[in-house]
Design a protein around this ligand. Structure first.
Ligand SMILES: [Zn+2]
Length: 195
């Protein structure tokens, strides 16, 4: 026996229609989610800029990195750090190009250590900076692997990108990429360290 509703469809036909309609809604939902993520991804890509820098291909957000470095960041005020800051102001501009390209203010390292004199008045400094972005292609450096394959020498600096992050500022936006450097810096301050 068939029951007919006002629109002339049987209960079975009606159930079939409801099911196909809800299948349609689920499908539509998936399409919407897909479109949403496509838009989000293309927006993120627009913010992220791919740049090839020496041995690496990076995806970075220079504006966000620059915005971070324009903030007041608490810095160490010891004599060694003071010497590094002062010396940086006198470094040849081509050597500093990597910093400007990446949006870094070299006067605001996230970490800096001085290791004493290594040769005629030059002192070894090791430190790091953070940038908003990620490494797409190229080798990372680590504490134990720091060589020609994963570092580049520019003037008195040697650079690499660290696999592990350290000393990241609380307010630093993600994704975080760590630039590590070694630098051979002269003593430029009038006041000398007592070592
Ligand atoms: Zn210091």
């Amino acid at each position: 026996m068939q029951e007919y509703f006002l629109n002339g469809h049987s209960r079975e036909e009606r159930r079939g229609k409801v099911e196909s309609f809800s299948r349609f809604l689920r499908f539509k939902g998936k399409i919407e989610v897909y479109l949403f993520w496509t838009i989000v991804k293309s927006w993120v890509r627009k913010q992220m800029k791919q740049i090839s820098i020496m041995k690496w291909l990076l995806e970075i957000e220079v504006d966000k990195t620059r915005a971070f470095y324009s903030k007041d960041i608490e810095l160490c005020d010891c004599l060694y750090c003071g010497n590094f800051m002062e010396a940086c102001k006198h470094v040849n501009s081509p050597d500093m190009e990597i910093f400007t390209t990446l949006g870094i203010n070299p006067l605001k390292p996230s970490h800096l250590s001085e290791f004493g004199e290594i040769e005629d008045g030059l002192r070894l400094y090791i430190g790091s900076y953070h940038i908003v972005g990620k490494l797409v292609k190229g080798a990372y450096c680590t504490d134990s692997v720091w060589n020609d394959t994963n570092t580049v020498e520019v003037g008195d600096f040697t650079f690499g990108f660290d696999k592990d992050l350290m000393f990241v500022h609380d307010e630093f936006p993600s994704p975080v990429l760590q630039l590590r450097f070694e630098a051979r810096i002269p003593w430029v301050l009038d006041r000398k360290p007592e070592d």
